[in-house]
Design a protein around this ligand. Structure first.
Ligand code: ADP
Ligand code: MN
Length: 176
């Protein structure tokens, strides 16, 4: 049984509102700590793990069951960073750390505008950040002692967060 085997390396979920720096942080951390970075958004596109395109929200309608099936074996092995702007549909047992990145509103606004977001898509995401939706979602779905919120306003923040997290990875031990 998959659940009976212990992973030798930790799995980390990096979540947060779009634009908070999940992909930037995840790929730097993957290099620093020799973990494998899985961007769920990219995986959904590559493997068509969706139920079509949502014209209103301008994004794919992710098929959560297909995504979880696709990731199960990897997560079982360990050493994976999962990068996604949601966290309520992954099995709780997958993660040893859940990181919620947070960005100051005006900074996030500029990042998302640069990315071409406007109208409802822009305001929905800014609101998502103001109301700390991802932090709440993380706390509701994982034990509070594995959830950490980290500031991601500047490049110095990215460097510090990567350092903090890679130290945590180095010191991590399989739970006996
Ligand atoms: P996400 O994956 O959360 O949507 P990205 O990592 O793609 O966010 O970052 C969005 C944009 O913001 C990129 O251009 C990235 O370089 C920039 N960025 C992300 N985090 C920071 C940060 N902490 N400081 C400065 N720029 C950042
Ligand atoms: Mn991303």
């Amino acid at each position: 049984m998959a659940q009976d085997r212990k992973r030798q390396r930790p799995n980390i979920l990096i979540t947060g509102t779009p634009g908070t720096g999940k992909t930037t942080t995840s790929s730097a951390l993957a290099d620093a700590a020799q973990l494998r970075h899985v961007s769920v958004g990219d995986l959904v596109k590559e493997k068509s793990l969706h139920d079509g395109w949502d014209d209103e929200l301008q994004c794919y309608v992710i098929n959560e069951d297909l995504v979880c099936d696709e990731l199960e074996d990897l997560m079982d092995e360990g050493g994976i960073i999962v990068d996604y702007h949601g966290c309520d549909f992954f099995p709780e047992r997958w993660f040893d750390r859940v990181v919620v990145l947070q960005t100051e509103n005006s900074i996030l606004y500029d990042r998302l505008t640069k990315r071409g977001y406007d109208g409802a898509k822009l305001s929905n995401n800014i609101e998502c950040e103001i109301f700390q939706i991802l932090l709440e979602e993380a706390k509701e779905n994982y034990q509070e002692n594995i959830v950490v919120d980290l500031r991601s306003d500047t490049v110095e923040d990215v460097a510090r967060n990567v350092e903090t997290l890679s130290n945590w990875v180095k010191n991590w031990q399989p739970v006996s």
